[in-house]
Design a protein around this ligand. Sequence first.
Ligand code: SF4
Length: 225
Amino acid sequence: MKISEIFHSIQGEGVLAGVSSVFVRTSGCNLRCVWCDTPYTSWKPEGVDQSIDEILTVVKSYPARHVVLTGGEPMLFEESIALCAAMKRLGKHITIETAGTVFREMECDLMSISPKLRNSTPVDDPFWSIQHEKLRLQPEVLRRLMSAADYQLKFVVARPDDLQEIQPLVSQLGADPEKVMLMPEGRDRDTLNERSVWIAELCKQHGYRYSPRLHVHLWGDRRGI
Ligand code: SF4
Protein backbone atom coordinates (compact mmCIF):
# COMPACT_ATOMS: atom_id res chain seq x y z
CA MET A 1 0.00 0.00 0.00
CA LYS A 2 1.12 3.54 -0.66
CA ILE A 3 2.61 5.05 2.48
CA SER A 4 3.59 8.70 2.70
CA GLU A 5 5.33 8.51 6.08
CA ILE A 6 5.78 6.49 9.26
CA PHE A 7 6.99 8.34 12.33
CA HIS A 8 6.99 8.32 16.12
CA SER A 9 5.37 11.27 17.86
CA ILE A 10 2.84 12.32 20.47
CA GLN A 11 -0.83 11.98 19.56
CA GLY A 12 -1.91 15.59 19.21
CA GLU A 13 -5.68 15.28 18.98
CA GLY A 14 -8.67 13.60 20.58
CA VAL A 15 -9.08 11.54 23.74
CA LEU A 16 -5.57 10.11 23.45
CA ALA A 17 -3.84 13.48 23.09
CA GLY A 18 -0.42 13.25 24.70
CA VAL A 19 0.06 9.51 24.17
CA SER A 20 3.31 8.35 22.58
CA SER A 21 2.26 6.81 19.25
CA VAL A 22 3.59 5.59 15.93
CA PHE A 23 1.81 7.13 12.96
CA VAL A 24 1.39 5.16 9.75
CA ARG A 25 0.19 7.59 7.11
CA THR A 26 -1.38 6.13 3.98
CA SER A 27 -1.46 8.24 0.85
CA GLY A 28 -4.63 8.89 -1.14
CA CYS A 29 -7.98 10.41 -0.20
CA ASN A 30 -11.46 10.53 -1.73
CA LEU A 31 -12.06 14.05 -0.32
CA ARG A 32 -10.28 17.36 -0.92
CA CYS A 33 -10.68 19.53 2.16
CA VAL A 34 -9.77 23.12 1.38
CA TRP A 35 -7.75 23.33 4.60
CA CYS A 36 -6.25 19.81 4.40
CA ASP A 37 -3.14 19.75 6.59
CA THR A 38 -1.67 16.78 4.70
CA PRO A 39 -2.10 17.80 1.04
CA TYR A 40 0.71 15.36 0.19
CA THR A 41 -1.86 12.59 0.84
CA SER A 42 -4.86 14.18 -0.90
CA TRP A 43 -4.38 17.06 -3.38
CA LYS A 44 -0.94 15.79 -4.47
CA PRO A 45 -0.57 12.30 -3.05
CA GLU A 46 3.01 11.22 -2.54
CA GLY A 47 4.52 8.05 -1.14
CA VAL A 48 5.99 4.70 -1.92
CA ASP A 49 4.45 1.25 -2.00
CA GLN A 50 5.38 -0.71 1.11
CA SER A 51 4.52 -4.27 2.02
CA ILE A 52 2.87 -5.06 5.34
CA ASP A 53 6.13 -6.64 6.54
CA GLU A 54 8.07 -3.50 5.66
CA ILE A 55 5.56 -1.32 7.53
CA LEU A 56 5.64 -3.61 10.57
CA THR A 57 9.44 -3.53 10.68
CA VAL A 58 9.35 0.26 11.02
CA VAL A 59 6.46 0.21 13.51
CA LYS A 60 8.30 -2.31 15.71
CA SER A 61 11.44 -0.17 15.73
CA TYR A 62 9.73 2.46 17.90
CA PRO A 63 9.01 2.06 21.62
CA ALA A 64 5.27 2.83 21.45
CA ARG A 65 2.31 0.55 22.15
CA HIS A 66 -0.09 2.88 20.35
CA VAL A 67 -0.29 2.97 16.56
CA VAL A 68 -2.37 5.46 14.60
CA LEU A 69 -3.37 4.45 11.08
CA THR A 70 -4.07 7.71 9.33
CA GLY A 71 -3.97 9.38 5.94
CA GLY A 72 -5.26 10.50 3.62
CA GLU A 73 -8.09 8.03 4.05
CA PRO A 74 -6.84 4.64 5.27
CA MET A 75 -10.29 3.06 4.84
CA LEU A 76 -9.87 3.29 1.06
CA PHE A 77 -7.32 0.49 1.04
CA GLU A 78 -8.11 -3.18 1.45
CA GLU A 79 -4.55 -3.80 2.71
CA SER A 80 -5.43 -1.80 5.83
CA ILE A 81 -7.40 -4.84 7.04
CA ALA A 82 -4.37 -7.14 7.03
CA LEU A 83 -2.14 -4.40 8.42
CA CYS A 84 -4.40 -3.79 11.42
CA ALA A 85 -4.74 -7.53 12.05
CA ALA A 86 -0.95 -7.89 12.05
CA MET A 87 -0.50 -4.90 14.38
CA LYS A 88 -3.09 -6.38 16.73
CA ARG A 89 -1.08 -9.61 16.83
CA LEU A 90 1.88 -7.50 17.97
CA GLY A 91 -0.24 -6.26 20.89
CA LYS A 92 -0.62 -2.72 19.57
CA HIS A 93 -3.45 -0.36 20.47
CA ILE A 94 -4.85 0.78 17.13
CA THR A 95 -6.47 4.12 16.41
CA ILE A 96 -7.88 4.59 12.92
CA GLU A 97 -8.24 8.18 11.77
CA THR A 98 -10.95 8.39 9.12
CA ALA A 99 -13.26 10.99 7.60
CA GLY A 100 -16.05 8.42 7.84
CA THR A 101 -17.01 8.03 4.19
CA VAL A 102 -15.94 4.39 3.70
CA PHE A 103 -16.53 1.37 5.93
CA ARG A 104 -14.27 -1.65 6.25
CA GLU A 105 -14.39 -4.21 9.00
CA MET A 106 -10.98 -4.28 10.68
CA GLU A 107 -9.19 -4.54 14.01
CA CYS A 108 -9.47 -1.22 15.81
CA ASP A 109 -9.46 -0.02 19.42
CA LEU A 110 -10.47 3.58 18.76
CA MET A 111 -12.33 4.67 15.64
CA SER A 112 -11.45 8.34 15.36
CA ILE A 113 -14.02 9.70 12.95
CA SER A 114 -13.76 13.22 11.60
CA PRO A 115 -16.90 13.99 9.57
CA LYS A 116 -16.27 16.92 7.30
CA LEU A 117 -18.42 20.05 7.56
CA ARG A 118 -19.24 22.66 4.90
CA ASN A 119 -16.18 24.65 5.99
CA SER A 120 -14.02 21.96 4.32
CA THR A 121 -15.47 22.25 0.79
CA PRO A 122 -13.01 23.56 -1.83
CA VAL A 123 -15.50 26.01 -3.35
CA ASP A 124 -12.98 27.42 -5.86
CA ASP A 125 -12.43 24.04 -7.47
CA PRO A 126 -15.43 23.21 -9.69
CA PHE A 127 -14.70 19.47 -9.99
CA TRP A 128 -13.64 18.73 -6.43
CA SER A 129 -16.27 20.89 -4.77
CA ILE A 130 -18.97 18.70 -6.35
CA GLN A 131 -17.20 15.42 -5.51
CA HIS A 132 -16.45 16.56 -1.98
CA GLU A 133 -20.05 17.65 -1.32
CA LYS A 134 -21.37 14.32 -2.63
CA LEU A 135 -19.16 12.25 -0.37
CA ARG A 136 -18.33 14.17 2.77
CA LEU A 137 -21.33 13.21 4.96
CA GLN A 138 -22.68 9.67 4.91
CA PRO A 139 -24.68 9.00 8.07
CA GLU A 140 -25.07 5.26 7.40
CA VAL A 141 -21.29 4.82 7.08
CA LEU A 142 -20.76 6.91 10.23
CA ARG A 143 -23.18 4.69 12.15
CA ARG A 144 -21.39 1.52 11.09
CA LEU A 145 -18.01 2.94 12.06
CA MET A 146 -19.38 4.06 15.43
CA SER A 147 -20.64 0.57 16.20
CA ALA A 148 -17.48 -1.21 15.03
CA ALA A 149 -15.29 -0.03 17.95
CA ASP A 150 -15.04 2.58 20.67
CA TYR A 151 -15.24 5.88 18.83
CA GLN A 152 -14.79 9.62 18.92
CA LEU A 153 -16.45 12.08 16.55
CA LYS A 154 -13.91 14.81 15.99
CA PHE A 155 -15.13 17.92 14.22
CA VAL A 156 -12.78 20.50 12.75
CA VAL A 157 -14.38 23.83 13.65
CA ALA A 158 -13.57 27.05 11.81
CA ARG A 159 -16.50 29.32 12.75
CA PRO A 160 -19.17 29.37 15.45
CA ASP A 161 -22.02 28.59 13.04
CA ASP A 162 -20.40 25.21 12.31
CA LEU A 163 -22.43 24.16 15.35
CA GLN A 164 -25.57 24.42 13.20
CA GLU A 165 -24.28 21.44 11.23
CA ILE A 166 -22.76 19.54 14.13
CA GLN A 167 -25.76 19.48 16.45
CA PRO A 168 -28.29 17.95 14.02
CA LEU A 169 -25.74 15.37 12.88
CA VAL A 170 -24.88 14.37 16.45
CA SER A 171 -28.53 13.89 17.29
CA GLN A 172 -29.25 12.09 14.00
CA LEU A 173 -26.44 9.64 14.83
CA GLY A 174 -27.46 9.29 18.49
CA ALA A 175 -23.85 10.02 19.47
CA ASP A 176 -22.85 10.36 23.11
CA PRO A 177 -21.97 14.09 23.55
CA GLU A 178 -18.93 13.05 25.61
CA LYS A 179 -17.54 11.33 22.52
CA VAL A 180 -18.02 14.45 20.41
CA MET A 181 -14.88 16.55 20.18
CA LEU A 182 -14.56 20.05 18.79
CA MET A 183 -11.13 20.91 17.48
CA PRO A 184 -10.00 24.26 16.06
CA GLU A 185 -9.13 24.45 12.39
CA GLY A 186 -5.72 26.02 11.97
CA ARG A 187 -2.13 25.27 11.12
CA ASP A 188 -0.42 27.85 13.31
CA ARG A 189 -0.47 28.59 17.02
CA ASP A 190 -2.06 32.05 16.73
CA THR A 191 -5.07 30.79 14.77
CA LEU A 192 -5.51 27.84 17.15
CA ASN A 193 -5.25 30.07 20.22
CA GLU A 194 -7.84 32.53 18.88
CA ARG A 195 -10.32 29.79 18.03
CA SER A 196 -9.66 27.71 21.16
CA VAL A 197 -11.35 30.19 23.46
CA TRP A 198 -14.76 30.34 21.77
CA ILE A 199 -14.65 26.64 20.91
CA ALA A 200 -14.06 25.80 24.59
CA GLU A 201 -17.13 27.91 25.44
CA LEU A 202 -19.20 25.99 22.87
CA CYS A 203 -18.02 22.72 24.43
CA LYS A 204 -19.17 23.93 27.85
CA GLN A 205 -22.59 24.90 26.50
CA HIS A 206 -23.23 21.63 24.67
CA GLY A 207 -21.44 19.02 26.80
CA TYR A 208 -18.91 18.26 24.07
CA ARG A 209 -15.17 17.78 24.60
CA TYR A 210 -12.48 20.16 23.49
CA SER A 211 -9.63 18.70 21.48
CA PRO A 212 -6.30 20.47 21.24
CA ARG A 213 -3.89 20.16 18.31
CA LEU A 214 -0.92 19.56 20.56
CA HIS A 215 1.48 18.71 17.75
CA VAL A 216 0.97 22.18 16.19
CA HIS A 217 1.46 23.85 19.58
CA LEU A 218 4.64 21.84 20.19
CA TRP A 219 6.22 21.82 16.76
CA GLY A 220 4.25 24.11 14.42
CA ASP A 221 3.13 23.18 10.89
CA ARG A 222 5.65 20.51 9.92
CA ARG A 223 5.62 17.04 8.46
CA GLY A 224 6.47 13.98 10.53
CA ILE A 225 5.23 15.33 13.87
S1 SF4 B 1 -10.25 13.92 4.59
FE1 SF4 B 1 -8.33 14.35 5.66
S2 SF4 B 1 -6.70 13.79 4.21
FE2 SF4 B 1 -8.62 13.89 3.04
S3 SF4 B 1 -8.60 15.98 2.21
FE3 SF4 B 1 -9.74 16.05 4.14
S4 SF4 B 1 -8.23 16.59 5.72
FE4 SF4 B 1 -7.10 15.94 3.87
